[in-house]
Every structure is written in structure tokens, then in C-alpha cells.
Design a binder for this molecule. Sequence first.
Ligand code: GDP
Ligand code: MG
Length: 214
Amino acid sequence: MQDSRINYHTARYLISAAKLSQCPADSGAEVAFAGRSNAGKSSAINALTQQSKLARTSKTPGRTQLLNFFSLKQEDCRLVDLPGYGYAKVPVAMKLDWQAHISDYLAERQCLKGLVLVMDIRHPLTEYDQVLIDWCANAQLPLHVLLTKADKLSRGPATQTLNQVRKELSQRLGELGSAQIFSASKKTGVDQLSHRLDTWLLGPLQEEDEQQDA
Ligand SMILES: Nc1nc2c(ncn2[C@@H]2O[C@H](COP(=O)(O)OP(=O)(O)O)[C@@H](O)[C@H]2O)c(=O)[nH]1
Ligand SMILES: [Mg+2]
């Protein structure tokens, strides 16, 4: 199925920003990818855009502390790779450090239409995933969870995790929350992700061609 409305393959690196004032103009529509370092964020963006080196992937966790912007050919639409909230063993320090980098962005960015929260399907709903879920609930920002590295689990446990995460999201976010299984290695779930982003960036599909009953 290759019928997404936006061609994500057109994504190009635009700019990196260390703070809000360095971000591109706050116009159009943007979707941001967040998640723990090493969860598979950059790989997910590369799978979505069918570009192996667009968002730098690394086996070294927590290397980039910048917000990386990618522009799509679709007018004024962008993808954003947010800094990972690292591996540090000190939760409070980790939280403050991470927040210093992107809380301004999340709070102020008007063109932000939704957040993709990337979790390793073997380690879902970590403490800081929970912080982000609460943040979205408070801000009433749509959230889509990618349970990635699904190639590392068999179908049974993967589905079990998906159901658990969906239940949690529905309790805390209602209609604003959704989740899916994903694998950047196997390209599983790319179409499902594309459709979710289409809806966020362009709005719901208009059923113009649908025949109207009298
Ligand atoms: N098996 C498997 N490995 C993955 C997948 N996605 C990412 N990885 C690996 O996980 C590590 C971290 O990925 P990366 O995309 O850099 O994570 P980020 O820090 O969240 O951007 C890298 O070694 C990737 O090759 C996946 O879907 N399946
Ligand atoms: Mg990365």
C-alpha cells in the first residue's frame, strides 16, 4: 500500500536548532519524534522517508542534543527529530537536562500537530515516556506511539505489549492517543505511520469523491 498523501521520501535536512529561537519560522505544520536515546527514533525517520542516512542513526546513545528539522516537499510541512532523553541513571538530572532542551519547543510551537513517541517494544512505557504522555495529555496534543524493533519479538508478546500500551493511552489521552507496531529493519508499519502523519499534517481525508446519499 503506497497511497499516503504526502511523499515522505521528499524529506530533506533543513536545519538543527539548540533552542527555540533557532527553529524555522513557526508556520505550516510539523510533527516531532521523541523517545529515549537508542529507542530507534532516527531509524524510524529513515524508514519513513526511505533514506538510509537522513536522520543520523548511531549505536552511541545520546549523541545529539539538537532538534533536527527535515522539510517535506509538501508546502510548509516538516518532521523534527528531538534529542533523546538519555540513559542517565539519575532520573531528576535526566529530566531537567532533557526538559531544558525541548520543553520550550513543545510548549511554544504552534505548528506542532502531534508527537510520535518512539519506544523499544521490549522496554515500553519507561518513566520518561510517562512524563511525555502526561505532557501531551495536559497540552491536549495528539500522541502516536511507535513500538519499534518489533523484529526482536515474536508476534504474541508484541501484540500483548501493543494492547497494554493502547489501554494506557486510552485511559490517559482518550481519542488523542494511538499506538502501532513498527520495525525500521523490516520496514513494518511504515504505511500505518505515513497515514497517521498525513492526517496530522494535512488534516483528515476529505471524502469529496464519496457519493452522497439523498
Ligand atoms: N533490530 C532493530 N534494530 C533497530 C531498529 N531501529 C533501530 N535499531 C537499532 O537501534 C540502535 C539505535 O537506533 P537509532 O535510530 O540511532 O536510535 P535513536 O537514538 O532513538 O535515534 C541502532 O543500533 C539501530 O540500528 C529496528 O527496528 N530493529
Ligand atoms: Mg537519533
